[in-house]
Design a protein around this ligand. Structure first.
Ligand code: F6R
Length: 259
């Protein structure tokens, strides 16, 4: 795993956008995995800006969201498919039928989860997966205690995650769904490269556990230690518990563009 400790979210967004741009330049039909939540928003703004400047086209790309709440009505503004359209895909040139997310309204959720993995496979697999991390160490909605090899599946959100996400539901934790459908850790690990964005002191413990402590179901993101092309982009606050921070800084200063 490579760790870049950067001065702030603007620089993080630039580095992550460079990665996406390079995948788009080197692949005829790039397949992107997209996270929602607040962490990747500056990245999506940067991609939109590059698109408007004529520097980036996503016309041939396909995108697969990481996850979705179960049961939010089709017109609910916090559905993740709505979120990604609003914050990214409707503002660039990717056709809407090339934008996908797990179906949180399916009558048979298990079948929808299996179909989602099959759709990713049929697209040729994900070239680059953007990730955020929960304060409890989740990626996607893979909460602590689950299988490190899971496929896309129906899961249950922890109280901590529902409370963290209540800010998107007018502060009302009861309005946050209890169930989700998420790419599994096994699905995420099959992406050819991973770029995780974490900012703020509330992520510091999870970042430390993910990068420097043992691989464990207690901190699901720690599975990324087994990926051979995973880049973790953090600001100073999110890096504040990293034991080897100076070493990561030294490595990043030497060869920022390679793994
Ligand atoms: C969202 C997702 C989650 C978030 C995580 C961090 O699609 O998969 O894992 O990335 O909950 O959320 P923020 O960025 O809002 O702190």
């Amino acid at each position: 795993m490579k760790v870049a400790i950067l001065p702030g979210i603007t620089e993080i967004a630039r580095v992550a956008a460079d990665r996406i741009q390079s995948v788009c330049a080197s692949t005829s039909y790039p397949v992107l995995g997209l996270a929602t939540g607040s962490s990747p928003l500056p990245l999506y703004d940067e991609l939109i800006a590059r698109h408007r400047a004529g520097a980036l086209s996503l016309a041939n790309a396909r995108s697969f969201n990481l996850d979705e709440y179960v049961g939010l009505p089709a017109d609910h503004p916090e559905r993740y498919i709505t979120f990604i359209r609003q914050h990214l895909t409707d503002q660039v040139d990717i056709p809407d039928d090339q934008v996908q997310g797990p179906d949180g309204l399916a009558s048979d959720l298990d079948a929808a989860a299996n179909a989602y993995d099959a759709a990713i496979e049929q697209a040729g697999g994900i070239d680059l997966q953007i990730l955020g991390i929960g304060a409890d160490g989740h990626i996607g909605f893979n909460e602590p205690g689950g299988s490190l090899a899971s496929r896309t599946h129906v899961g249950f959100l922890t109280e901590r995650t529902r409370s963290d996400n209540a800010r998107f539901f007018n502060g009302d934790i009861e309005a946050v769904p209890t169930r989700c459908i998420t790419q599994g850790l096994g699905t995420i690990m099959e992406a050819r490269s991973l770029v995780l964005i974490a900012t703020g002191a509330s992520k510091a413990a999870a970042v430390h556990q993910m990068v420097e402590v043992g691989v464990s179901a207690l901190w699901p993101a720690s599975i990324m230690q087994f990926h051979n092309d995973a880049l973790v982009l953090v600001d100073e606050d999110a890096a504040s518990e990293l034991v080897l921070a100076d070493y990561y800084r030294e490595l990043w200063a030497r060869e920022p563009a390679t793994d």
